[in-house]
Design a protein around this ligand. Sequence first.
Ligand code: BGP
Length: 471
Amino acid sequence: MSAFPDGFLWGAATAAYQVEGGYQADGKGPSIWDEFAHRPGATYQGTNGDVAVDHYHRFREDVALMAELGMKSYRFSIAWPRLLPTGRGEVNEAGIAFYSDLIDELLKHQIEPMITLYHWDLPLALQQEGGWEARTTADAFVDYARLCYQRFGDRVKLWSTFNETVVFIGHGYITGAHPPAVQDPARAVQACHHVFVAHAAAVAAFRQSGISGQIGFVNVLQPHTPRSNAPEDVAASALADGIYTHWLYDPVLKGEYPAELLAKTQSLWGVPRFAPGDADLLRNNICDFIGLNFYKREMVAANPHGDTQLTANHSGTRGSGHQAGKEFGFKGLFKFVRNPDGVYTDWDWEIYPQGLTDGILAIKARYGDVPIYITENGLGAKDPIIDGEVVDDDRIDYLRQHIAAIADAIEQGADVRGYYPWSFIDLLSWLNGYQKQYGFVYVDHARALARQRKKSFFWYQKVITSNGEQR
Ligand code: BGP
């Protein structure tokens, strides 16, 4: 018998900026990514999502492929500036029509839509008013969320507010690798607080709207392992858990920040600053489920000596990233180091499926029986093409091991309800261009973005029809 319950949602995921293209089509306004990716040197070889894989114009063809793959659910995001070109105010009906048609097309094929409201493409006009550092952005987000509930809530049951706060806030305000390219941890903490406020208020609005569905939050699930049993490494790893996990999960699943860390950041930098009512807002609006995006684990060591800049591998040349011996860390807190026994991808991400089982069970232990969806998981690789066929055996191996890891967690009592590999189709990787492929469907950029099924497409088809037994 399959470990996976009946009705388990076998899906796949994408995000608007990475697939849609049509960046100025039919009244869409600019987002911070439209602006950032056009800055010289900001992204890998100047790649951007102007055209992406043109899903905006080819969504019917793409949904037909999803149906052929057998997907039960599709996780996609809405581009806020497509609906509200300046972030608030007048609605762009053409943008509404695009998502409305996409939803209808999915439902026609019995594919359950799962909407992400925010996958990083903030309307540029709101950034110009302060972005997530301004509380007014949280207010605008709630109005935008309400608009989505009104227009799509009759057909969509699964919603999440934000995707991966650690990435868009961490890179946006600490490393500076994402827009708005700030490098200031105190500003990061305050911006992050406004995201939690926006989330909680959008959950409240969802419940008021009367939609018969569920609303959740999507976080990176990144397990940390101390490099040694030395007490300083163990403490550094626990601190990394506190910052990368508890800080980001507690506010949405417990309605409060972890007390010890909160006291530390407030005494160090005076943030997060709470407005009257914030504490109650968080406490009263715990979300219905948690989405986990799992790619890798980090090995952690104490870091008494100094800050080390993030050396990211964006080329896919193994050994050029921080996990390859060039360490990334914060003085006095912790650093990420290479695991000498680890198996790494060409982008220096450690492949560690056991971390998915352990991570799911750690979430269950800390937050109780919250429903879980694995909202992203996948292998970024330059896929080999042999005699015209995309032979992505490494991806099949990666996914197979991670599906087994989820089955283990379910057998140990976790309530996992769906699995959305990243990604349905090859798409733009934010900082790695189009060469870092994740999809079941290959896109040939030399042949007018023609779609082609990969070997993994046919493999995943069997996984789905056997409810995870045949893999
Ligand atoms: C997650 C994002 C996705 C996707 C994925 C792969 O952080 O939610 O949008 O990009 O990571 O990352 P990358 O494209 O950097 O390989």
